[in-house]
Design a protein around this ligand. Structure first.
Ligand code: C2E
Ligand code: MG
Ligand code: MG
Ligand code: MG
Length: 292
């Protein structure tokens, strides 16, 4: 077995190696088989209008059910996939799966909502990206406005010119663009106007500090205010507590995504949530259980 990975394998079994890097080695090696073995699947986390409790969108989040390691979180395998280049295949697979699911739901008369898909910076900058997005949406037969692509602030700070052009092309297709994890990359707010972004997602780290730190409150407040001024959507990510929700309601934050409403759920579970159309925030007891 030690021969499989090639001549550098002596490092793999050195006694100094810890369990983490042992696991990473196996995950990275097995990633290539994950799609063909049908080990990847998509979970969906609802985005909710807190005023009406209506589900107004969902985010697609990839999961990997590894035959030996069990369910692996994207936080663990996406960085590996970005390193070994398999992220291209994973990203395209997720987009295709989401488009097909939306098409199927529409056929069944389920009231669908726009779904956002995370895009790795490397994938975005590869020449065939825009074409792939267009083809995937076209083949599934859904409207482009049902797809929102989430780019991180990091993606946008680097390669500004190239990124800007790609965003322009994507917008021309009719897909929406969101800026994910906003506030973590120290980018200037002027990017927002420059780039024709549809949605701003306030990073969880800011939401965590709500009502605990006054500077945090001020930052969140001004981001919500700004989003109204420049007329873009705003989503607060990682909302877990009643206090955070109350604050965000007071500030008239348009959309909430977080455990307070729902964890990421299976396709079937989202389907039944969409049929109901509304979702109530969890009460404190249930919430503690949901968070663990
Ligand atoms: P993200 O795009 O910022 O997604 C939000 C993450 O926050 C998700 O973690 C979600 O489960 C988690 N989250 C949402 N609400 C709460 C909350 O109230 N409390 C807590 N503690 N967490 C909350 P997840 O699914 O583990 O994904 C982690 C990251 O992996 C994502 O961050 C995204 O950057 C990346 N990722 C996931 N799916 C994909 C994909 O298909 N493609 C690419 N390129 N990246 C992906
Ligand atoms: Mg499906
Ligand atoms: Mg995201
Ligand atoms: Mg995020």
């Amino acid at each position: 077995k030690a021969k499989e990975g090639g001549r550098n394998d002596w490092r793999i079994f050195s006694p100094s190696m810890n369990v983490e890097s042992f696991k990473q080695y196996h995950l990275e090696r097995d990633l290539r088989k994950s799609i063909i073995n049908e080990e990847l699947y998509v979970h969906y986390q609802p985005k909710v209008n807190p005023k009406t409790s209506k589900i107004v969108g969902a985010e697609a989040l990839v999961r990997w059910n590894h035959p030996e390691w069990g369910i692996v979180s994207p936080g663990e395998f996406i960085p590996l996939a970005e390193e070994n280049g398999f992220i291209f295949k994973i990203g395209d697979w997720v987009l295709k799966d989401v488009c097909e699911t939306l098409a199927q739901w529409q056929k069944q008369g389920i009231p669908v909502v726009p779904v956002s898909v995370n895009v790795s910076p490397k994938r975005l900058l590869k020449t065939d990206f825009v074409k792939t997005v267009q083809q995937t949406i076209h083949e599934a037969g859904i409207e482009p406005m049902l797809i929102e692509l989430e780019l991180t602030e990091q993606t946008i700070i680097k390669n500004t010119e190239a990124t800007k052009n790609i965003i322009t092309e994507l917008k021309a297709l009719g897909v929406k663009i969101a800026l994910d994890d906003f506030g973590t990359g120290y980018s200037s707010l002027s990017y927002l106007k420059d780039l024709d972004i549809d949605t701003l997602k306030i990073d969880k780290s800011f939401i965590d500090g709500i009502t605990l730190e006054s500077t945090n409150d001020a930052i969140v407040k001004s981001l919500i205010f700004l989003s109204k001024e420049i007329d873009i959507n705003i989503v607060a990510e990682g909302v877990e507590t009643k206090e955070q929700l109350t604050f965000l309601l007071q500030q008239e934050c348009q959309q909430i995504q977080g455990y307070i409403y729902s964890r990421p759920v299976s396709e079937t579970r989202l389907e039944s949530l969409l049929k109901k159309e509304v979702i109530q925030p969890l009460q404190t007891n249930a919430l503690n259980e949901a968070i663990e």
